[in-house]
Design a protein around this ligand. Structure first.
Ligand SMILES: [Zn+2]
Length: 251
């Protein structure tokens, strides 16, 4: 039976009071305000995380779960892009505290599972989310499910570019924004960009700590010109499946 997907912020408190907690899953999209090349908006990761969360929510609802979508968390740790104008970065401990506090509020209201739909891959941010999962567990809060796309088994399902690590504002992310928010893409610029096949994940392993040091002077890696909206739609569906599978593994 298809259950509803609610936007929590658009409900009244009495609507929320009356939701059956046993079948409810809460989804928190997590993105960033961060430089994404000369062709994508600063909120690219929020667009992707929201799309992932919504796709996962609809799959869970089709499986009989009531889903509550939280407003996206759009500020987080983004030190790799911090030198680029417009990027706004929080400290890792601040991010952990925000997520744990949200989990605490939800726990106090009887919710039983929080799923994080995350699209931002800065190592400081990923560490902060893993910390939040552990702190929540240590404090006896509801479980926080966080499928980290940079860890097995998830990333290999997201295409060759993602797997290569050259995946910041490249084909992967540009395709999803083209599918979700085409009006926000500076498309003439996108089509003119030459590929930057440098692997960010390799650069991180080699000790690089900024996009410039990693070899991305315009804050993009990968092949933006190869992006298509069709691929973006397929990727969003896969991201939704990843979120659904991670949730179902926990309950
Ligand atoms: Zn991104």
């Amino acid at each position: 039976m298809m259950m509803p997907v609610h936007e929590l912020a658009q409900l009244t408190w009495e609507d929320v009071r009356d939701i059956d907690r046993r079948q409810a899953v809460v989804v928190l999209p997590v993105g960033a305000i961060e430089a994404h090349g000369p062709h994508l908006p600063l909120d690219t990761d929020i667009v992707i995380a929201t799309a992932m969360g919504r796709a996962g929510a609809h799959k869970l609802a089709a499986g009989g779960r009531t889903v509550l979508m939280l407003p996206a968390l759009g500020y987080t740790a983004a030190p790799f892009g911090a030198a680029f104008q417009g990027t706004l970065s929080l400290s890792g401990p601040t991010v952990t505290a925000v997520v744990v506090d949200l989990a605490r509020s939800l726990s106090q209201q009887g919710f039983r599972l929080l799923a994080v739909a995350n699209a931002h891959l800065d190592p400081a941010h990923l560490t902060a989310l893993h910390e939040a999962v552990q702190r929540g567990r240590a404090d006896g809060l509801l479980p926080i499910v966080f499928p980290d796309l940079t860890r097995p088994p998830w990333g290999t399902r997201l295409g060759d570019e993602f797997t290569s690590g050259a995946c910041h504002a490249g084909q992967f992310e540009s395709s999803i924004v083209l599918s979700e928010r085409p009006e926000r893409v500076r498309d003439a610029i996108r089509a003119s960009l030459s590929p930057n096949p440098i692997s960010l994940s390799q650069a991180i392993k080699a000790g690089k700590r900024t996009f410039e040091a990693a070899g991305g002077p315009r804050a993009y890696f990968g092949d933006p010109a190869a992006a298509t909206a069709d691929e973006g739609a397929r990727l969003v569906d896969t991201l939704g499946s990843i979120l659904e599978e991670a949730v179902l593994a926990e309950i």
